[in-house]
Design a protein around this ligand. Structure first.
Ligand code: MN
Length: 238
């Protein structure tokens, strides 16, 4: 069995002398390496058609967290809190998701990644949960900079792929997002929710492993169920 090569999407940033860069947080790479995978970074800036060529060269995908998706891509409400919109990243990731769904390529999507999966499949987002979801919990972890700290519970749907991988029906998760899934995209199944009813995970049933979570398992690698998500991605690639 060969080592799974996982394509990893990146964030835009600037370096110390204000030059544009694309970056990846080490936590994602470490979680993949610990699951026996080789991470292969996929920078933004290629066309939606070219993403299909990328997928010939990788065994699976990790769609990472980051800034917001352009609201016009899902007819979303403009909001002053929308930040770090990079159209090139949206183009890359939406293309990757559609191709991965069509070609049944395993993927794990995290936070922004889960939102990208939903938008790619025609769903919509709350562009600022606090102002748009009545009774919303604190999902943005405002009181802590400890990303590994559990913020709220999620209820996992019995019989889902996520449930099978985690081995749990309830899980405490971190939460570092201000947007979330509003209307579910086509072909997706909601498989976890927060106590305020916000969707916290979705999956593509007809895929060896097509799972998207709104929390950040890469920051909770101290917990075996969170490590199991990365392991399940690796196993699905073989
Ligand atoms: Mn949350």
């Amino acid at each position: 069995m060969s080592t799974p090569v996982i394509g990893v999407t990146m964030s835009h940033s600037v370096n110390k002398v204000e030059m544009p860069t694309q970056v990846i947080l080490e936590a994602y790479l470490e979680a993949l390496r610990n699951a026996g995978c080789i991470p292969l970074l996929i920078p933004s800036g290629i066309s939606e058609e070219q993403t299909r060529e990328i997928l010939i060269r990788v065994d699976g995908l990790l769609l990472t967290g980051g800034g917001d998706i352009a609201p016009q891509l899902f007819q979303g409400d403009q909001h002053a809190a929308v930040y770090d919109v990079y159209p090139q990243r949206d183009t890359l990731e939406i293309g990757l998701v559609r191709a991965a769904v069509d070609e049944r390529i395993p993927f794990l999507a995290i936070c922004r990644g889960a939102q990208v999966v939903n938008v790619a499949m025609g769903g919509t987002l709350y562009t600022h949960i606090d102002d748009q979801l009545a009774g919303a919990l604190d999902h943005h972890g405002a009181e802590t900079r400890d990303f590994s700290k559990p913020v709220h519970d999620v209820h996992i749907t019995l019989g889902s792929r996520l449930h099978e991988v985690l081995g749990l029906a309830e899980l405490k998760v971190n939460s570092l997002h201000h947007q979330g899934i509003k209307r579910l995209g086509q072909g997706l199944v909601a498989v976890a929710s927060a106590p305020d009813s916000l969707i916290e995970a979705v999956e593509v049933p007809d895929n060896p492993f097509g799972v998207a979570v709104q929390w950040h398992p890469e920051w909770m690698q101290q917990d075996a169920p969170q490590r199991a998500l990365f392991q399940a991605l690796a196993d699905a690639c073989e």
